[in-house]
Design a protein around this ligand. Structure first.
Ligand code: RP5
Length: 167
């Protein structure tokens, strides 16, 4: 029997039009050695599927869910209402939207009791969502903690190199 590898992180987005930006999140997770489960699920267009995903995520081994959407971005909140797993929300800029501020407010303004950890709008938020998910998993994983330390060091080295290039 071939055993299915459990993905501890799920990256969920409202539309395939979100995939280009969310590839920053997926790639960053892969850089940390995490192959995420990736789904297109919509709070509005596939509400039952989104609900079922949230309700069964924990039993599938998922530990953190990244949820990204544009416009009236209710996906992260809708999932958060149906699971106690941590939800990281990424508000996206949509062609028909209001520059991402619409999605930011829809994602961040959760009522008390049902939090969504909301990242910045767009690609920066997508990348940070991956790093934040890794930080959550690293609480119980020393190898991931070491990778995070090396990631920070490499980031610092790049800035130092650019700084010294100016002198
Ligand atoms: C949201 O509406 C999606 O997350 C996407 O950002 C936006 C537009 O979706 P499409 O019309 O491109 O499918 O639900």
């Amino acid at each position: 029997m071939v055993s299915e590898k459990i993905a501890p992180v799920a990256v969920v987005m409202g539309s395939d039009s979100d995939l280009d930006v969310m590839s920053s999140c997926i790639d960053q997770l892969r850089d940390f050695g995490i192959e995420p489960t990736v789904r297109i699920l919509s709070a509005h267009r596939t509400p039952q599927m989104a609900a079922e995903f949230a309700q069964t995520a924990r039993e599938k081994g998922i530990r953190v869910i990244v949820a990204a959407a544009g416009m009236a971005a209710h996906l992260a909140g809708a999932l958060a209402g149906r699971t106690t797993l941590p939800i990281i929300g990424v508000p996206l800029i949509s062609e028909a939207g209001l520059g991402g501020v619409d999605a930011l407010l829809s994602t961040v303004q959760m009522p008390p009791g049902v939090p969504v950890a909301t990242m910045a709008i767009g690609r920066a938020g997508a990348k940070n969502a991956a790093i934040f998910a890794v930080q959550i998993l690293a609480l119980a994983d020393g190898a991931l903690r070491d990778k995070l330390t090396r990631f920070r060091e490499a980031q610092q080295d790049k800035v130092v190199e650019k700084d010294s290039g100016l002198r």
